[in-house]
Design a protein around this ligand. Structure first.
Ligand code: SF4
Length: 358
């Protein structure tokens, strides 16, 4: 059987567990046992699940998909400990996953799609277009890859951000299943407030997400104070312009009573002038929000240059003077192709895979 056709227990929700175990004529409590092995004990070989009957172990080994994603490349930044993996999925496609080490804990950045076709002008993820959506199981496996490495250091994953390659809301169903599995106390058990989902501005999905009333953070990639600049940077703006995005953000705040985050990549000579900060502040002054300024990780193929630290600081000050909460994201992983999609873009244009074991 094609590995992609085999059920992958990492992505099972309760209904799927019940159905899968019924088919095997097994009691439901096996779900808890198997999940404990997979998540708490980080074991992904059913033959090692010693509290399961031998016959069941054999059946599970042949009928379900267990293999961890293959690590094609692993790069670690010697300056800040950021780790970036290129992982090979069951069908041979590859995705990037990043582990960022902060004083406050370990954050994993997950890709929701193989490639991307949104085409943001500064991003490497869409250089080779969209291949396919990731399943919830494949997103969980990205988190588990980081978790296995952290476990060897006596640590664990504290936060998850769905901000890697892909537009999570274009893969809405699987992304929401992934979020549910992450925050399930019987699953990964990550606190809702420690999970962030980003979008480049798919307005209808922002409303859908708001209606779920989760305490999960929403980050909207704004990147511009007006439609002229945003259309240049985020082509999706032609379909859903800034006013529509801000209306949806307001609905999210009202439904969830949570603050919305706006991501803003700082690009020299494009969106980083003081008047841009003024214009942005005017637009969002009545919204309960935070602006996160992102020093650009430059992608050579894109030809865009990051703002100077002085320009970023001045932009932040301008927003703060206008009462807008504004942070500057720490730049991590600069020595390891840190920009979203850069590692995979380099890999898919290589003639042969480069395998680097852990
Ligand atoms: S920034 Fe996100 S949505 Fe835009 S091209 Fe990159 S991965 Fe896709």
């Amino acid at each position: 059987m094609n590995p992609l056709e085999k059920p992958d227990p990492r992505g099972f929700d309760e209904t799927q567990w019940r159905r899968a175990l019924e088919q095997l004529q097994q009691p439901y409590y096996r779900a808890k046992q198997i999940r404990e092995w997979l998540v708490a004990k980080r074991v992904c070989d059913p033959q090692q699940m010693t509290n399961l009957p031998k016959q069941l172990r054999n059946t599970l080994a042949t009928q379900w998909w267990w293999a961890p994603a293959e690590i094609v490349t692993r790069r670690e930044d010697p300056l800040d400990g950021t780790v970036k993996w290129l992982l090979r999925l069951a069908d041979g496609e590859t995705v990037e996953t990043v582990l960022m080490r902060y004083k406050s804990g370990n954050t994993v950045c997950v890709s929701s799609q193989v490639g991307c076709h949104i085409g943001c002008r500064f991003c490497a993820s869409s250089l080779h277009g969209l291949v396919r959506n990731c399943s919830a199981a494949e997103m969980i496996e990205q988190v588990l890859t980081a978790d296995r490495e952290l476990a060897r250091q006596g640590e664990r994953v504290d936060r998850v951000v769905v901000m890697g390659s892909g537009e999570p809301f274009e893969n809405y169903t699987e992304t929401m299943r992934f979020v549910d599995l992450l925050i399930d106390p019987d699953g990964m058990g990550i606190g809702q407030r420690h999970v962030t989902v980003s979008t480049s501005g798919m307005v209808p999905r922002i409303y859908d997400f708001a209606e779920r009333h989760l305490q999960v953070r929403l980050a909207i990639s704004l990147h511009a104070p007006n439609d002229a600049i945003r259309t240049q940077l985020v082509p999706l703006n032609r379909k859903w312009p800034i006013d529509k995005v801000l209306e949806a953000a307001q609905a999210y705040v009202e439904e969830t009573h949570r603050r919305v985050s706006f991501e803003y990549a700082m690009i020299h000579g494009v969106n980083d002038a003081p008047e841009h900060a003024e214009e942005l502040a005017e637009r969002i002054k009545d919204l309960r929000c935070l602006v996160n300024l992102i020093p650009l990780n430059e992608v050579p193929e894109r030809g865009m240059v990051g703002s100077t630290p002085q320009a970023i600081h001045a932009f932040q000050e301008k927003l703060q003077e206008r009462g807008i909460v504004c942070t500057v994201r720490r730049s991590l992983g600069r020595t390891i192709d840190a920009a979203c999609g850069q590692l995979r873009a380099g890999f898919v244009s290589l003639p042969t895979p480069v395998h680097t074991a852990l």
